[in-house]
Write a protein that binds this ligand. Structure first.
Ligand code: HPA
Length: 249
């Protein structure tokens, strides 16, 4: 018999609470690698069981470089999560990635450093080298794309997510380098989350919401006010895609 589906939604900046959930319970899960960022919210959304976690805590308190990603992902595995949809606010690098654009990336380049980014460290688990050629789960990404299409929400399928260290935003030269590297969007939380999901063998896909043009891609400075404005509009589009996904056959 196949395992029943239990979808986790990891909420990023602007999504520390998920509106519309029918909450059953909240549980602060303990893991051998410490506490996750926030209690897990067990809920139902469109009749489907889901688990929600606020990546940065609720209220938003952990910067991207201080999140205990290993505990977050382990907690999701411990409660039996079978699929993970990660929602990430990002800066847009390519012309198509203007504010409020949405991308379902298919590749990552990891520019982060000093993060606890593996379970296979010879301490928690024996050393191992997981295949990460295709960092996101193809089937789950395709289903999210189909869900977006079904409600006529424009989404770029495929793209390279640049994971930067933060918490500061990038310099113009750094963004030019990422562009030359082939990156489409830039965010601070895509890694090590994606690789930890892979190490735990949990299918993981990302919905990246552009909340600002990356450094040097628009006139003037990037302000948090602009980012929050784009989040306010964009997050509801992301939620609609997730709703359509959960209602797919
Ligand atoms: N750079 C990195 N991370 C981000 C950005 C950005 O411009 N916007 C939102 N998250």
């Amino acid at each position: 018999m196949s395992q029943p589906t239990l979808t986790a939604i990891i909420g990023g900046t602007g999504l520390t609470q998920y509106p519309g959930l029918e909450i059953e319970r909240e549980e602060l899960i303990d893991t051998p690698l410490g506490a996750p960022s926030a209690p897990l919210i067990f809920a139902s959304l469109h009749g489907q069981p889901v688990v929600f976690i606020a990546r940065h805590g609720h209220p938003h308190k952990f910067p991207p470089n201080k999140i205990n990603y290993r505990a977050n992902m382990l907690a999701l595995q411990q409660v039996g999560v079978t699929h993970i949809i990660a929602v990430n606010a990002v800066g847009g690098i390519t012309p198509a990635m203007g504010a409020e654009a949405i991308c379902i990336p298919d590749q990552i380049i990891d520019y982060t450093f000093g993060r606890d980014d593996t379970y296979f460290d010879g301490v928690f688990k024996p050393l191992d080298h997981v295949d990460f050629s295709y960092p996101y789960d193809g089937a789950l990404s395709e289903k999210l794309f189909a869900a977006a299409n079904s409600i006529e929400e424009k989404v770029q399928m495929g793209g390279v997510y640049a994971a930067t260290q933060g918490p500061r935003l990038e310099t113009v030269a750094e963004i030019l380098r990422l562009e030359k590297d082939g990156c489409h969007v830039v965010g601070m939380t895509g890694m090590p989350e994606a690789v930890l999901a892979r190490e735990l063998s949990i299918p993981y896909a990302c919905i990246a919401l552009v909340v600002n043009p990356a450094a040097g891609k628009s006139e003037g400075v990037i302000t948090m006010d602009d980012i929050y404005l784009a989040l306010e509009h964009g997050v509801s589009k992301v939620q609609k895609i997730i709703s359509a996904y959960l209602q797919q056959d």
